[in-house]
Design a protein around this ligand. Sequence first.
Ligand SMILES: [Zn+2]
Length: 604
Amino acid sequence: MRLSNLLAPTLRETPAEAEIASHQLMLRAGLMRKVAAGIYTFLPLGHRAVSNVERIIREEMDRAGAQELRLPIVQPAELWEETGRWAAYGEEMWRVKDRHGRLFCLGPTHEEIVTDLVRNEVSSYRQLPINLYQIQFKYRDEIRPRFGVMRAREFVMKDAYSFHRDEASLHETYARMYEAYWRIFTRCGLDFRPVLADSGAIGGSYTHEFCALADAGEAALVHCDACGYAANVERAEAAPAEPRPAGATPPGPAERVATPGVRSIPELAAFLGVEAQETAKTLFFWSIHGDGRQELLAVLVRGDRDVNEVKLKNHLGALHVQMAGADEVREKCGVPVGFAGPVGLKGVRLLADVEVMAAPALVVGANAEDAHLRNVQPGRDFSPGAVLDLRLVGPGDACPECGAPLQGRRGIEVGQVFMLGTKYSEAMGATFLDEHGQARPVIMGCYGIGVTRTVAAVIEQHHDADGIVWPASVAPYQAVVVPVNVQEEAQRRAAEDIYRGLQAAGVEAVLDDRDERPGVKFKDADLVGFPFRVTVGKTLAEGQVEVTDRRTRETRRVPLPEAAAAVRERLAAALAGLDPDRRPFTPWSASPAERATAGARERV
Ligand SMILES: [Zn+2]
């Protein structure tokens, strides 16, 4: 391809709408343009990068025994009604009507469609297992699309669905997909981590997210360098609380103290001269359920902790939970938020974090304006309806596996593997006949990769002040040939020769044949991020050209006839650096007992 003919409009200025590096660079390097909020056109360079990620995914999915198919984007409401998700999915689902008034959605995911296919076409255990995948647009009507394709309303996804006769078969495929994902993201040049995650709206019992580590990421992760435990903070379990020392003198009776205007935990701790961890806070949430039921709940955590709303939601089996307003709390329980506490609290179910119950004595709200209680002993002075792990785990907390301090990172969720179980097959009647002629629901797994998001994550990790620094595997083109002055016949001819030589050597190359100043050409080459640049300039008089590595900035002079071979050699070395066969891999393996429970943990 000749740059004079390529639609690759680069921008010198950073567009104001773009907050993070990948979004800015995808616009500046001419990879994409916005059409509407969260909806983009991919220009030729962007399309090529996306296609490269798709190719890597296809190769690894096929290698892992999955079969590609293509499911429809437009999906009838009836199928979603069978699983209850037409109502449950909420505003994010992009709903459309046909001319007859029939309801459809633009697929946000494809469990219903693929389960429908399998219930119609698969009837015997002999046809199992199968693993079906597609690479296609997905639609989610995000309330706040942002960060370019990172959180878009239309995006490309690879989604795979596996069907099994038993759990052992599901675990085998899960392990295979786990490895395929590890290979895919390694080949894409990403620094990533598989982490335990919450299974969210998809349902199911066990799941890992593959997160590309990046400060711009929306996922908060914790990991343990000592034992390898890694989890999304939504999912991270708290280490068991230190038990209350046996034989310790119990505190004196609970005592009311005046705390005028003291509402926050830091204010309270300072006012009474105690540590925040010697206090507990009572927070109020509404839990909203699929059947429309709503319940007000009080949740007690230590003063220095936060409630993990995902743990709370999962415990309650709720669609979601949200903080209750002060007026609602006053109306239902008659207590002022800020001075609420567990002692004598009425009109609401109380849930307490395990750590609170292990505390010897606490300061809590007195359920009256401007007052707190101290010397409150959990179990003696109040008894919650349930005690469970409810707190948000963060950096510095003890690892639930080994007790070492956890580290915190941010990550971009680029892939996720789920064990779904029989949630969809039971709801939709997808059964098979086992070897005894018995009908049983098929057991499912599903496996997603955000393809366009992966491209953004690659840029987020691979850029510098001048532009994108593509890994050779994902780069839209692997090399650019730049004649410094196309008016000079010798340079122009030499550049043409090298360009053809690169193509003959199997290197995807572009020729910058534009009649532009060298500074403009070099700036564009750096911005777009071609891994290798061959510069044909004044050294040509000595029969030499320059080969520059975009990543290291190293420039070497090579004789003109050897230019293409030199690039091919360096490219091969760069690709070898991304070869998953040359990197150590820790396979997914949890004990059968662990695998069977939502509380299972994984060493990665
Ligand atoms: Zn650990």
